[in-house]
Design a protein around this ligand. Structure first.
Ligand SMILES: *Cc1c(COP(=O)(O)O)cnc(C)c1O
Length: 481
């Protein structure tokens, strides 16, 4: 491994380019001063550049290669989005500026809201939530406020199918609900009898991830929302991955009352490594009185922020959410337009089905039949036959320059690999990836040991993942311990 920046440090070397300040020195109170100088590495500008460049080269992103990370929609993010998001009129504004001075920003929020209402079939959208799970939490607070307002606080259960994204039960718990988990039927869709048995006078609502985590569009979706509504509950649509659905079908038309979208997945804003994201939440009119503050309205004199409703759940984030993420998403929406949005969805579904079909004669596909934007393979039989696990295949992909699919998720599939190619990949790239998967399968049969040792080309091979999570080393120790 190359030397750390601290190991390259040479006393007295560095880029002390700052001139003497012409201003009078102000001495800080002693209690605010550090006792000794910070231990900064002293290196040349050239070495500094190399340090950051080599760090950048160690990370893998959509701009480096194929990244079929299921449930994450790692699609190409058009660079024009970045140009729009770096315009001074967007970057140099202050959240306390009066509305008349930020009309352009308000128009962005209003326009993005209108487009997303159209795509989801909802009546209003808030951009406050900073991520998908945050959107779920916000949507559930809307549901909770709705029931509270009607004197139905006894509705304290949220139904969550076992094919839901893992954040769904977590958000419901965070919002103070008891989670009722219901199983999937053998076809991978919600078990309607189990749903009927679970829905009742204590049901606050259902959270449905659709397409679900095995990549299927639930064919009984209208029946599902009817069962929950008949029991007096509301219906929450986890639309984090709207990539197979946008421009084709609308959660609002399927009977859902509230939905969140991950702008940082479907609407092509960069993500991974912690954000910033945007978990925009759309809702039907019956929930709009409870929306957080920060909704934009258009009047005869231009745009302004509407006063929050009396029953508003309050703020879930400071100001208006991650505004520049909304700028990027709007840029993407405008670029694709009414024709491009459904075409992107169709491309995502086509690419996923193409890969699934080509791999299905070799790998087990537990839920065959047309998938949506992603599909799940099970490597259980490969593991039984030659002790090569989903993890080993994933590590083998790294040596072939491909980011692994999502592993060991969803939990209802053993030795799962969840593949989401996205619409932005060419057939050639898909073919290369298919060849890599097939070659790894052969390798698993012929030389399993080699796969147990993969990856051999990455800066780090196989870290102890539990140790890395439980006791992460996040700074240089200077020989302390
Ligand atoms: C990614 C994802 C989420 C969570 O979104 P975050 O932005 O990571 O909080 C929720 N549901 C589904 C289906 C997702 O794919």
């Amino acid at each position: 491994m190359s030397k750390l920046i601290f190991e390259r440090s040479v006393e007295g070397r560095g880029c002390s380019l700052l001139p003497e300040s012409p201003f009078e020195r102000t001495e800080l109170p002693a209690r605010l001063c550090r006792g000794k100088a910070p231990r900064l590495p002293q290196i040349t500008e050239n070495d500094l550049c190399r340090h950051y460049t080599s760090l950048a080269q160690r990370s893998f992103g959509v701009n480096c290669g194929f990244y079929p990370l299921g449930s994450c929609t790692m699609k190409y993010n058009p660079k024009v989005n970045e140009v729009a998001a770096s315009l001074e009129g967007f970057t140099e504004v202050h959240p306390y500026q009066p509305a008349y001075a930020v009309q352009g920003c308000l128009e962005v929020l209003d326009t993005a809201e209108r487009y997303l209402c159209k795509i989801t079939g909802m009546d209003a959208v808030t951009f406050q939530p900073a991520a998908g799970a945050h959107g779920e939490y916000t949507g559930l607070l809307l549901i909770k406020a709705y029931h509270h307002h009607r004197g139905e606080d006894h509705r304290n259960k949220i139904i969550v199918p076992d094919s839901a994204h893992g954040t769904n039960p977590a958000s419901a718990t965070m919002a103070g609900y008891a989670v009722v988990s219901i199983p999937s039927a053998p076809d991978g869709c919600v078990d309607l009898d189990a749903l009927r048995a679970a829905a009742g006078p204590d049901t606050a609502g259902i959270m449905l991830t659709n397409p679900n985590t095995v990549g299927l569009f639930d064919r009984n979706i209208l029946e599902i929302t009817k069962i929950v509504h008949d029991a007096g509950g509301l219906c929450y649509y986890d639309g984090a991955n709207l990539n197979a659905v946008m421009g084709i079908a609308r959660p609002g038309d399927m009977g859902f009352d509230v939905v969140h979208l991950n702008l940082h997945k479907t609407f092509s804003t960069p993500h991974g490594g912690g954000g910033p994201g945007s978990g925009a939440v759309g809702c039907k009119e019956l929930l709009t009185p409870f929306l957080p503050a920060g909704q934009v309205e258009k009047t005869g004199e231009g745009y302004r922020f509407a006063a929050p409703g009396e029953c508003s759940i309050g703020r879930v984030k400071s100001f208006y959410g991650n505004f520049l993420v909304v700028v990027r998403a709007l840029c993407y929406l405008l670029m694709l337009g009414c024709e491009g949005i459904p075409a992107a969805a169709q491309g995502a579904v086509l690419n996923a089905n193409y890969m699934m079909k080509k791999l299905s004669s070799t790998y087990d596909i537990p839920y065959p039949g047309p998938c949506m934007h992603e599909f799940v393979m099970s490597l259980q039989s490969l593991k039984d036959d030659c002790s090569v696990s989903a993890m080993d295949i994933a590590k083998g992909l790294l040596d072939r320059g491909i980011h692994p699919p999502t592993m060991y998720f969803p939990l209802i599939v053993h030795e799962a690999l969840m593949v989401e190619p996205t619409e932005t990949e060419s057939r050639e790239t898909l073919n290369e990836a298919i060849d890599a998967f097939l070659a790894l399968y052969e390798e698993a049969k012929e030389n399993p040991q080699k796969l147990h040792e993969a990856p051999i080309t990455t800066p780090v091979g196989r870290p102890d993942e539990v140790k890395a999570a439980r006791s992460p080393v996040l700074r240089h120790r200077f020989g302390e311990e």
